[in-house]
Design a protein around this ligand. Structure first.
Ligand SMILES: *[C@@H]1O[C@H](CO)[C@@H](O)[C@H](O)[C@H]1NC(C)=O
Ligand SMILES: *[C@@H]1O[C@H](CO)[C@@H](O)[C@H](O)[C@H]1NC(C)=O
Ligand SMILES: *[C@@H]1O[C@H](CO)[C@@H](O)[C@H](O)[C@H]1NC(C)=O
Ligand SMILES: *[C@@H]1O[C@H](CO)[C@@H](O)[C@H](O)[C@H]1NC(C)=O
Ligand SMILES: *[C@@H]1O[C@H](CO)[C@@H](O)[C@H](O)[C@H]1NC(C)=O
Ligand SMILES: *[C@@H]1O[C@H](CO)[C@@H](O)[C@H](O)[C@H]1NC(C)=O
Ligand SMILES: *[C@@H]1O[C@H](CO)[C@@H](O)[C@H](O)[C@H]1NC(C)=O
Ligand SMILES: *[C@@H]1O[C@H](CO)[C@@H](O)[C@H](O)[C@H]1NC(C)=O
Ligand SMILES: *[C@@H]1O[C@H](CO)[C@@H](O)[C@H](O)[C@H]1NC(C)=O
Ligand SMILES: *[C@@H]1O[C@H](CO)[C@@H](O)[C@H](O)[C@H]1NC(C)=O
Ligand SMILES: [Zn+2]
Length: 655
């Protein structure tokens, strides 16, 4: 039986129910005063490295204060199955680490926050670094503190599967992508006749479809950092955390780490790793492959870990990815050019020193040989969107050059160009060792956040086009029997399409209430005008031929700031629907410049939110290749890690 956290201590037992499951938490995953990380219910791959962090909380005031001093004598034991529990130092043959002490404050609820009355907690703590469990089965980890209280965590080491079935895994992540978005993208990108599609998306052709649950460990809505951590490590995490369980200390780098699929794969097999994203490359989804910090905004740390791995602690073997492609030059060039990097180093130079070829535009990318480790950085921050690179090109005219010289980045590759080149390099350099490639369509999420539905769907269609080209390339290379291709997401947004909008009638109405009659629902939704009419520039590909037909999609999100909707493509670049009219006021209104002539719609989000937010929905998992059958059905996000690790045969029964 797997148990839930038990609190037997007198005072703690009385108080535990007061704090669990509330929206303001003292520390996520630690409802009692004794915290064990990895916490109860954690699953491990046999042989996966991880750190242990123990904390004992002594609340000084607030509803949990029990008047006990911080406990400096807590003990921690581990038992495998029904064997006798051993002290952790004996179990792992470790030295006893030194006791750490700190304090932190938190708000118990919104009333306390409004009143600026934080509760203060003193903490005593120990961390045991880089351990691993090799024998499958259940383990009981017990923290004893405050003279009689215990916190028990049941850990499960999953079964050993050491046989390798896939040589390569290519894992596509459509950040924020839901099935609703895929359906909408299909509608605008593919033509129908009498209700029947004349062509399909590549995603529609995958043999296996599953669903994964995206929740965080301590909140039911996730961000991209902790969902990526779950997908890559098999351990759920907290909002903003990358490859760690979030502890309560002030240092963002000392949280207990868990080893990622990229790290384990490389350490055990020498296989190569490729990382591709249309975001700035230090952003959460790419970062979670190598970074280990509670704070996803530590971009300098993230870029350093891509190259050097974890240097602050003894950790895993890491030689850098063979391919790193994306945006985010401002995290590579130093402050001389206006960038911000770890120790103000020039990371183009740091990568070059370690033998990387560096490319800064698509021409150079295409010309690069497939024999070298390659860093490709193509814009200062997030890369330009498919719609701007291909249709509204004038929007590329911004100071986005990855050289930092404040010129425009007119020659940016798309996800497809980056991914195909990455496969060339990885395939060529990996030989028999194989590779793991993560390729992220980041701006599906970024454009949904700013309610720019057209750009988001353009990014989704670009992802599908990239997957299509990848499937073909893998076939051309003769690698389809040994390459698992996965396409999934990390979370959703509450997006859907409910009908159409007659933009001509909409524009002709003077009164806002009348404008609503331009919306056509049910039989008046009509048919998609994006493929069947207008400028047929893109008829041969999987994209709309006309992005601004008269009849557009009546589409939107569940949760918004104040905004003005026109339901028309934003031709002058990505949208900014809402803004603080008074800087730092935390009070957001409709952006006066956005959606001129549109319908003012009031928001439902908290007043400080300028953008839409993530939602609860399960997300799809498409699989094709070896082990594809294991990806059908409904499962948790962490299972993706275990399924990939199993397909690569990465579990190890001994050190
Ligand atoms: C411990 O578990 C094993 C396997 O489940 C079982 O065979 C054994 O009898 C158990 N021993 C005790 C002392 O309960
Ligand atoms: C927290 O710890 C610091 C450093 O030990 C100390 O200066 C400070 O007074 C403590 N804060 C509270 C509220 O106890
Ligand atoms: C706890 O103590 C701190 C100062 O030590 C104070 O600022 C805070 O308001 C107190 N909180 C509560 C909930 O009493
Ligand atoms: C711990 O609890 C026992 C029994 O409840 C009591 O006799 C003892 O004095 C306590 N020790 C401390 C350090 O509080
Ligand atoms: C290592 O930790 C220190 C502080 O603990 C921090 O300042 C530094 O940035 C960390 N190094 C890296 C490479 O993240
Ligand atoms: C920034 O990097 C350049 C090399 O690209 C170097 O010449 C310069 O000294 C660095 N600036 C700082 C502040 O370290
Ligand atoms: C690409 O970058 C190279 C090197 O910086 C530069 O010489 C070339 O002009 C660039 N090409 C384009 C099309 O921007
Ligand atoms: C690019 O932008 C600059 C400044 O905004 C403007 O002067 C220039 O005409 C633009 N060029 C093109 C080709 O649109
Ligand atoms: C169609 O697109 C092409 C290329 O973007 C453009 O030159 C042409 O003017 C467009 N035609 C119409 C009718 O919009
Ligand atoms: C509706 O939105 C407008 C524009 O942001 C704002 O001025 C107004 O206060 C909002 N009304 C409500 C009830 O929030
Ligand atoms: Zn997001």
């Amino acid at each position: 039986m797997r148990c839930s956290i038990q609190s037997i201590g007198l005072a703690a037992a009385l108080l535990a129910s007061a704090v669990s499951a509330q929206t303001f938490q003292r520390l996520g995953t630690c409802p009692t005063l004794g915290c064990v990380f990895p916490p109860d219910q954690a699953d491990f791959l046999a042989g996966q490295y991880f750190d242990i962090r123990l904390e004992v909380h002594a609340p000084k005031n607030g509803s949990e204060a029990i008047g006990l001093p911080p406990d400096e004598k807590f003990t921690f034991t581990i038992a495998r199955g029904n064997e006798t529990a051993k002290p952790v130092t004996e179990f792992f043959k470790l030295e006893e680490p030194k006791l750490e002490k700190w304090n932190f404050t938190w708000y118990e609820d919104l009333f306390a926050k409004d009143a600026k009355q934080p509760s203060v907690v003193d903490v005593t703590s120990k961390a045991y670094r880089r351990v691993a469990l090799y024998e499958p089965g259940e383990y009981t980890a017990t923290l004893s503190y405050n003279n009689g209280s215990t916190t028990t965590a049941t850990w499960l080491v999953r079964d050993l599967v050491e046989e390798r079935k896939a040589k390569n895994i290519i894992f596509f992540i459509g950040d924020g992508m839901t099935t609703n978005m895929i359906t909408a993208a299909r509608l605008i990108g593919h033509k129908t006749i009498n209700g029947k599609y004349q062509s399909l998306m590549q995603l529609d052709k995958f043999p296996v479809l599953g669903h994964q649950m995206t929740h965080s460990i301590d909140s039911f809505i996730t961000d991209s950092a902790n969902s990526a951590s779950a997908l890559y490590t098999g351990h759920k995490s907290s909002v903003n955390a990358l490859g760690v369980y979030a502890d309560s200390s002030k240092n963002p780098f000392d949280d207990p780490k868990v080893e990622t699929i990229a790290e384990i794969f490389h350490r055990l097999t020498g296989g190569l790793v490729g990382i591709v994203s249309t975001a700035f490359i230090a952003d959460a989804t790419p970062a979670a492959l190598t970074a280990h910090t509670r704070d996803r905004n530590q971009y300098g740390h993230v870029v350093d870990t891509f190259l050097n791995g974890i240097t602050n602690y003894t950790w895993t073997k890491w030689d850098g990815p063979d391919v790193l492609f994306g945006g985010g030059a401002e995290q590579f060039y130093n402050s001389t050019l206006g960038g911000k990097t770890y120790q103000d180093k020039d990371y183009y130079e740091e990568f070059a020193k370690k033998g990387y070829k560096i490319v800064l535009n698509n021409t150079q990318l295409q010309a690069a040989s497939s024999n070298e480790k390659t860093l490709g950085i193509f814009s200062t921050s997030v890369m330009s969107k498919w719609l701007d690179r291909n249709v509204y090109k004038v929007n590329l005219n911004q100071t986005l050059s990855p050289t930092g010289d404040k010129t425009a980045a007119l020659d940016q590759p798309g996800l497809k160009e980056m991914t195909l080149k990455a496969i060339d390099i990885l395939h060529n350099r990996a030989g028999d060792k194989g590779f793991f490639l993560m390729s992220e369509a980041a701006s599906i999420d970024k454009m949904m956040h700013v309610l720019d539905y057209d750009r988001a769907l353009g990014e989704l269609l670009e992802l599908d086009d990239t997957v299509k080209a990848t499937v073909k390339k893998i076939q051309d290379l003769g690698c389809e029997k040994e390459t698992l291709i996965l396409v999934s997401s990390d979370h959703g947004h509450g997006f859907d399409v409910m009908g159409s909008v007659d933009t001509k009638y909409f524009a002709a109405q003077k009164e806002d209430r009348k404008k609503r009659n331009a919306v056509g629902v049910y039989q008046n939704s009509g048919l998609s005008q994006y493929t069947n009419t207008g400028n047929l520039t893109y008829t041969d590909s999987n994209f709309p031929s006309n992005w601004s037909p008269r009849y557009t999609l009546f589409q939107g999100l569940m949760a918004d700031p104040d905004r003005r909707e026109t339901w028309s493509v934003h031709k002058d670049g990505p949208r900014k629907p809402a803004a603080e009219l008074v800087k730092d006021s935390g009070d957001v209104y409709v952006n006066p410049k956005d959606g001129q002539g549109g319908l003012l719609l009031n928001g439902t989000l908290p007043l400080s939110d300028e953008q839409g937010v993530h939602s609860l929905t399960d997300v799809a998992v498409f699989a094709q290749g070896p082990c594809q059958e294991t990806f059908g059905g409904v499962y948790n996000s962490i299972d993706i890690f275990f399924k990939m690790a199993e397909c690569f045969g990465l579990a190890r029964g001994k050190a």
